[in-house]
Design a protein around this ligand. Structure first.
Ligand SMILES: CC(C)(COP(=O)(O)OP(=O)(O)OC[C@H]1O[C@@H](n2cnc3c(N)ncnc32)[C@H](O)[C@@H]1OP(=O)(O)O)[C@@H](O)C(=O)NCCC(=O)NCCS
Length: 293
């Protein structure tokens, strides 16, 4: 078996195809989006046997403080032959070079969890997937007084400028086991979707909700970050913004909108349930010290 970094666009496309085969229910970034995230800190690899791609891997600093995320993926027909193990060792070596003390991973199915546990990972968090089926036009609630709703696309620079006050506060309020640590660059690149609807007051972002569209399957989309600044909570702003996003979906032929929410985020889960989202999947977030005792 050979494990080599992704270099050409064709490598990136093959990496994407492994992710699509392993996670058919999720949107996968385009080659251009993956390229935009290129950095010496991020490693993307392909595992091949006799020239045929059998798996892929990604390792990079995670959004949690001190964490290095490792994601080995093996095509279902090539599992239980040691490919996952080889990929994991390769990815862990990269996190070690980055000098990060904690490994972070995830598992959505029993087999992957058994694999991860065998290598010392333990559950630290759970995420729930909730799905909204668009069955007709969606009518948003009235815009709460005092705000104007715009798209990030129509106001270049507004999202980037929202990091200091809005972004930091929303990230600090995530129901996670370890605080999030997201740089302004990552906020601008990884946390912005299109369309992203922004509630603006006094020139500042006080709320957001949006959709990550899926070029591989235009009938579905993933909710981007839904958040409201602390001083604007309790006024129906999140519901309004989320309904604006769902109305956009209904108007653009998107029939399914899914979202992942931390198990501990009771407020967002209740809001989704009230809007008609049904729980569709559970994902485990796992962690392990880089060097287990
Ligand atoms: C997790 C994954 C990468 C494992 O790939 P793999 O090539 O099948 O793994 P390996 O062959 O190296 O397995 C090593 C050991 O892990 C354990 N293991 C792996 N898959 C297992 C399963 N389905 N059930 C129980 N134990 C399992 C076994 O102990 C196995 O050794 P064995 O085959 O000698 O019993 C693969 O299942 C996958 O792509 N899952 C989806 C993506 C994912 O969740 N990745 C993140 C995991 S941290």
């Amino acid at each position: 078996m050979d494990i080599a970094p992704c270099v050409s666009d064709d490598d990136y496309e093959q990496w994407r195809q492994v992710r699509i085969a392993v996670l058919p229910y999720e949107r996968t970034s385009s080659v251009a989006e993956l390229r935009a995230g290129d950095s010496p800190e991020r490693l993307m690899v392909l595992a091949r046997v006799d020239g045929t791609v059998v798996g892929s891997g990604m390792a990079q600093p995670s959004d949690t403080a001190g964490g290095g995320s490792v994601i080995p993926r093996v095509l279902p027909e090539h599992r239980r032959r040691g490919v996952g193990t080889a990929l994991l060792h390769h990815l862990v070596a990269h996190v070690e070079r980055l000098g990060l003390p904690v490994l972070r991973a995830g598992a959505d199915d029993e087999g992957s969890l058994a694999f991860a546990e065998r290598f010392g990972f333990r559950e630290v968090n759970r995420e729930i997937e909730q799905t909204f089926r668009v069955e007709g036009p969606v009518e948003p609630t009235p815009v709460p007084a005092g705000v104007e709703v715009v798209t990030a696309h129509d106001r270049p620079g507004l999202w980037e400028a929202s990091y200091e006050r809005f972004g930091r506060e929303c990230l600090a309020d995530f129901a996670v086991d370890t605080p999030l640590e997201v740089s302004p660059e990552r906020w601008a690149r990884d946390w912005l979707v299109d369309p992203m609807f922004l509630a603006v007051h006094d020139g500042e972002v006080v709320g957001c909700a949006g959709l990550g569209l899926d070029a591989d399957d235009p009938s579905r989309a993933e909710n981007g970050l839904t958040a409201v600044r602390r001083d604007w909570r309790g006024r129906g702003l999140a519901i309004h913004l989320k309904l604006v996003a769902l109305a956009w979906a209904a108007d653009h032929g998107v029939s399914e909108v899914y979202t992942w929410t931390q198990d501990g985020n009771a407020a967002m889960r209740a809001l989704n349930t009230r809007l008609g989202y049904a729980t569709t999947r559970v994902g485990l977030q796992l962690a392990r010290p880089l060097h287990p005792a």
